[in-house]
Design a protein. Structure first.
Length: 144
């Protein structure tokens, strides 16, 4: 059964392992996750299929804004709707504006973000190590 849970300080190794499997060219370390898990403005989710962690998200919040730093699933768990569920779980944060950067060649992610209401606000040329542009996207939600 698929579920999404909030990561705790004990999850730094799980988060780092998943991030390395999902983004091997730009993996974040256990130390990075451990230090960020202690910060009040950082929010981490872990997606699980049964007892197996299959995806993560990391979000930084300031005032009424949130930057989605990363969201990803293991390759074997993509195209199952899990990414959409993970993204929509982020929307439960008490903020009004969401920002993210996505690789211009990651069409599946771009389409997922657009279907959730994100729109392109800019572009960072050759932002990623491979020289790929980053598309900057935003979503504003009405105040509660």
């Amino acid at each position: 059964m698929f579920r999404i849970r909030t990561a705790t300080a004990k999850d730094a190794q799980i988060l780092a392992r998943l991030h390395a499997e999902i983004f091997p060219e730009d993996a974040w370390t256990v130390e990075w996750f451990a230090s960020r898990l202690r910060q009040e403005r950082m929010h981490f989710l872990i997606a699980e299929d049964g007892d197996t962690p299959v995806g993560i998200s990391a979000v930084s919040t300031v005032a009424d804004e949130a930057e989605i730093l990363t969201i990803g699933l293991l390759s074997t768990d993509r195209r199952k709707g899990y990414g959409d569920q993970l993204l929509r779980s982020i929307f439960k944060l008490p903020v009004n504006h969401f920002f993210l950067e996505v690789a211009a060649d990651n069409q599946a992610a771009i389409e997922m973000y657009k279907s959730a209401g994100f729109y392109e606000t800019g572009r960072r040329r050759a932002y990623y190590k491979a020289g790929t542009d980053a598309i900057i996207m935003m979503l504003s939600q009405p105040s509660p």
